[in-house]
Structure formats: C-alpha cells, structure tokens
Write a protein that binds this ligand. Structure first.
Ligand SMILES: *Cc1c(COP(=O)(O)O)cnc(C)c1O
Length: 334
C-alpha cells in the first residue's frame, strides 16, 4: 500500500468520476467485501443472474448469504421480471452482473430495489468504463466491483481488483476489510478483515495501462461494429446490440458473445480455420452446476446455454482479422 497504489486509486477514481476507488486483491475479494459492506447477514437471500461467473454466487455463499438465480434476457443481462418473481421475505440484496461490458436495465433494477427496500451490489467485473444513463457501471448501488485479471479489458500481470463507491462509510469499511481489519490511522484492529490488498507492482502497471484505456475501448467498439455490419442480417445468429444502438448505454465489449444455430458445428468449422472461440463459464449457466443446488427461475438462460459462444474480441485484432472471422462464419452457414 505504497505510493503506486495511492496513485492508481486516484487515477481510477478520476477516470470513473467517483469518490472512492479502492484497490483490492482480485474481483472476487471485491465482491465479498462489497457484500460485507452492504451488511449481508447469515441466511439473507441475494438475487444474482444465471448468466454470470460462479464467483458472483460464491461470494454470496462465503459471506453467509444464499444466492437465488434469476433469468436473463436475449442481450444476456438479468431479466427484471424474473428478479421480481424471486423476491421473498428473506431477500436482502440485488446483485446484477454487468456482463460482457454491457449494463443491465438499471432503471428497472433500481426501481425494484427502491420498491422492496433492497440494497444493490453490482458485479461490474466485466464492465470497467461501461455506462448506463451517464452513470458508470459499479456506481449504482452500495458498491461496485472490478477485476483486473489479465483477460479483462483492463488487465494487470496477475490478479487484481477494485471496489468503487461514492459512500464514505462503505469506503472506510472496505479499506479496513482489505487490510486485516486494521484502522488505517491507528493500526489497531477493530474488526475481522482479510488480506485483500492490491499489490503495489500491479497498481503501477495498471496506472500505465489506464492511460491508454479509452483507445482500447474505442477499438473494441469499432470491432463490434464490423461484426454487426457483416453478420447483422443473418437469421442463424443473435448478435449483441451494436455500439450506439441505445441512447442510454455505452458498452465496452469485454466480450463479443453471440447466440448461434448449430453452435458446436460452427465452433468446429471456425477452429478448423484457425479461429478460436470460447464458451463462457465452460458452457454452464450458474444454476446448471447441479452439485450446488441453487434455487433458480431461468428457462431462457438454459436455452441460451446451448446457443451462446464468444467470437474473438481484443483491441489488437486488425480489421482484416475480424473480416476473416466473419467470412468463416458466413461460409459455415452457406
Ligand atoms: C472475472 C469476473 C469475476 C472475478 O474476478 P477475479 O478477479 O477473477 O476474482 C467476477 N465476476 C465476473 C462476472 C467476472 O467476469
């Protein structure tokens, strides 16, 4: 927790236009500490999306809560109607995942939270810099979490994360939790915390990469537009909404996730032509890990799990690379 960390925290808060950005060990630690700061207690139910990383549900579990799994919409974001159906007397927190660099329908989520007096803790690990109605992902509820895992849009050289918030008390709590519960002024332990610090060396790397982040995002959006221009008309595919299709949202395209007919055969065809693709979460939605026995209401997500896949998306892809991928997708369906 030396100068490089303090500098990065200041740089990140400035970039996001928020009061506090606190560097932590990784995105999962950010989620757990955010839930703790939201005051989650043993047995509280937290509504999460079916289309999210296991870390979202695991963070709830490890903080003593019970993850309850809601359905998603065709754009992969949590379905507010499903969230409403799952609210019961034990529901305490809504935990939407800002997936693939896009934001959920935050007007609907915040309205549900207000109406039922629930807290909101965002899993915004995939959405650093994405915005909805001018507010950046991570800054809607009690706290938001980012991951700087190397595969994320802003990656460090190992594991890293951050919690962001505009709330003084939440920020103070996170600072203390990440450093073994020690009061930063006196060093006295006044609560049980953990080793949840962001390494100084990672913070230094992140400050340098953050200075180039806007251009990396602009490039990702340009790549998404090429995919849209070439593949947009195909009835065999559902593409993510193109950049600028929605006045409210600014998407950063952490991933370019599509739904495709004959998905597995398409993947084999692409692979045979030198194009790597990935199934997010290994192809399972979070409630499809049977051994975890999670309560869910997610029939659409189950259908989606047989059709979803990610096409190459990275700021270093050339236009020709992207057109090549599109050609191979088109030759498969031809
Ligand atoms: C990456 C990710 C996390 C966890 O981040 P780590 O830094 O790997 O702990 C949590 N949620 C989502 C949606 C993610 O994509």
């Amino acid at each position: 927790m030396q100068q490089e960390l303090l500098d990065f925290e200041a740089n990140l808060a400035k970039f996001l236009d928020c009061k506090y950005a606190i560097g932590v060990a990784d995105g999962t630690a950010a989620l757990e500490m955010s839930l703790a700061a939201a005051g989650i207690e043993q047995g509280d139910e937290v509504i999460v999306s079916s289309h999210t990383f296991i870390a979202t549900a695991a963070a709830v579990h490890h903080m003593g809560g019970i993850p309850v799994v809601a359905d998603c919409l065709p754009d992969s974001m949590i379905d507010p109607a499903s969230v409403k159906r799952l609210i019961g007397p034990k529901t305490k927190v809504l935990m939407p995942t800002q997936l693939n660099g896009r934001t959920c329908d935050m007007d609907a989520i915040m309205a549900i939270a207000d109406q039922h007096k629930l807290k909101v803790v965002e899993d915004s690990c995939q959405a650093m810099g994405a915005a909805y109605g001018g507010t950046k992902a991570g800054l809607f509820g009690v706290a938001g979490s980012y991951s700087f895992y190397p595969a994320k849009t802003l990656g460090c050289f190992g594991d890293g994360g951050a919690v962001v918030t505009n709330d003084d008390d939440v920020a103070a709590r996170i600072r203390q939790l990440r450093d073994h519960g020690r009061d930063p002024a006196t060093g006295k332990v006044t609560m049980f915390g953990r080793n949840g610090r962001l390494d100084n060396i990672q913070a230094g790397i992140l400050s340098i990469k953050l200075a180039h982040y806007d251009s990396a995002i602009a490039r990702r959006r340009a790549i998404a537009q090429i995919y849209q221009d070439v593949l947009g008309g195909r009835i065999e595919l559902i593409l993510p909404p193109a950049p600028g299709t929605d006045d409210k949202r600014f998407d950063i395209f952490q991933n370019y996730e599509i739904q495709a007919n004959d998905r597995d055969a398409l993947r084999a065809h692409l692979s045979g032509n030198g194009v790597g693709t990935i199934l997010q979460w290994g192809g399972w939605m979070v409630h499809q890990f049977d051994d975890l026995n999670l309560r869910s209401d997610a029939p659409y997500a189950e259908e989606m799990s047989m059709r979803f896949m990610m096409l190459p998306m990275h700021h270093m892809l050339s236009d020709d690379d992207v057109v090549y991928v599109c050609d191979k997708v088109l030759s498969f369906y031809a």
